[in-house]
Design a protein around this ligand. Structure first.
Ligand code: 5GP
Length: 194
């Protein structure tokens, strides 16, 4: 997605060979116009997949997921990372090892929001090793619902989450694929000279 790639080129900061910081438009400050376009792009890519609901993970998945939900006319549920006093009964849970925080979190969703006949689109901000996406997939499976696909804003193609998920048969659509963060530079898949 051209607009997103341009934004990453202009504002992304390479923190290390494996971590990209995009806090000026996605992970801290949020650019609503860009999110709106991202929502349209997800809606276009999953238009034939019969999506009935979107599932994401707080907090950075929420903005792109809500915009996709707006375009697709479906509700959006976000899994919580922290225990909430109001979220206690009938929880679906999974353990997710966080790539950026290097710690495990139990994520949870109230089972009343995911039904057996739902076709769920999983959306997240980044795809690295696939732990967050797999944790969300586990929750969908616990609800006996179907995974319609996975929409990722930025996939780091040099980490193995994307290939692992695709090998497992999931439809994974990433709006930007970063193939390298070497030498402080972001190289996109489309920039590579084959
Ligand atoms: P995974 O679970 O696929 O290993 O990592 C994805 C999760 O870790 C995302 O939900 C995202 O929050 C975080 N993450 C992974 N890599 C990066 C990165 O390079 N930059 C940022 N900002 N977050 C990342």
């Amino acid at each position: 997605m051209e607009l997103l790639i341009k934004k990453i080129k202009n504002e992304g900061k390479v923190l290390s060979e494996s971590v990209l910081k995009v806090d000026s438009f996605l992970n801290h400050q949020v650019d609503p116009e860009l999110m709106f376009e991202i929502g349209k792009e997800f809606a276009a890519r999953f238009k034939d997949d019969g999506v009935t609901k979107i599932l994401t993970l707080e907090s950075s998945g929420i903005a792109p997921a809500v915009m996709a939900g707006l375009q697709m006319n479906v509700q959006v549920v976000f899994a919580r990372k922290r225990k909430s006093l109001t979220l206690v009964n009938d929880l679906l849970t999974a353990n997710v090892y966080s790539f950026t925080k290097q710690e495990s979190n139990e994520i949870s969703v109230s089972q009343k929001f995911l039904k057996e006949d739902d076709r769920i689109l999983i959306i997240d901000d980044f795809l690295a090793n696939g732990q967050a996406a797999l944790g969300l997939a586990q929750i969908v499976k616990q609800a006996n619902a179907t995974i319609a696909g996975m929409g990722i804003v930025i996939e780091k193609g040099f980490q193995d989450g994307g290939s692992h998920l695709r090998e497992n048969g999931y439809k994974v659509e990433s709006l930007a694929i970063v193939d390298s963060l070497a030498d402080g530079k972001v190289t996109f898949r489309q920039d590579k000279v084959e």
